[in-house]
Design a protein around this ligand. Structure first.
Ligand code: FES
Length: 130
């Protein structure tokens, strides 16, 4: 759900950052500001939060698996077919799973809570990673 200020800024077409909360795999909580249209993975990495990205953002490995809160997940456009194909093979997927490399920062993510699961499976090398 967009805040009133986020709706206003979005309505006039000018927005630089959206801020969301990231729960890292160690359970620590971080406020992250992302530039509109950059990947969520890029924003998380820039904030210094560990996230695995074995295929470097090509939607091929599934190691950048993230879980969104339901309200924000439901407000987003659904995953593309390529993203969903990779999500089908991540360990312990949830109903609100996405790939951090495929999801882009937008005002729709303002105030979201994004969790990074503790383990990702690299679909490129077929090895489990911690
Ligand atoms: S970094 Fe490999 S699927 Fe996102």
């Amino acid at each position: 759900m967009l805040s009133t200020s986020a709706k206003f800024i979005h309505s006039i077409g000018f927005r630089l950052f959206s801020t969301f909360n990231v729960i890292a795999s160690d359970g620590s909580s971080h406020s992250v500001s992302g530039r509109d249209n950059e990947s969520v993975m890029s924003a998380i990495k820039r904030a210094g939060i560990p996230i695995v990205s074995a295929c470097e953002g090509n939607m091929a490995c599934g190691t950048c698996h993230i879980v969104l809160d339901k309200g924000h997940f439901d407000a987003l456009a659904p995953a593309s077919e390529d993203e969903q194909d990779t999500l089908d093979f991540v360990p312990k997927p949830t109903d609100t799973s996405r790939l951090a490399c495929a999801l882009h920062v937008s005002p729709m993510l303002d105030g979201a809570t994004i969790s990074i699961p503790g383990m990702g499976r690299n679909l490129v090398s077929e090895e489990d990673m911690m």
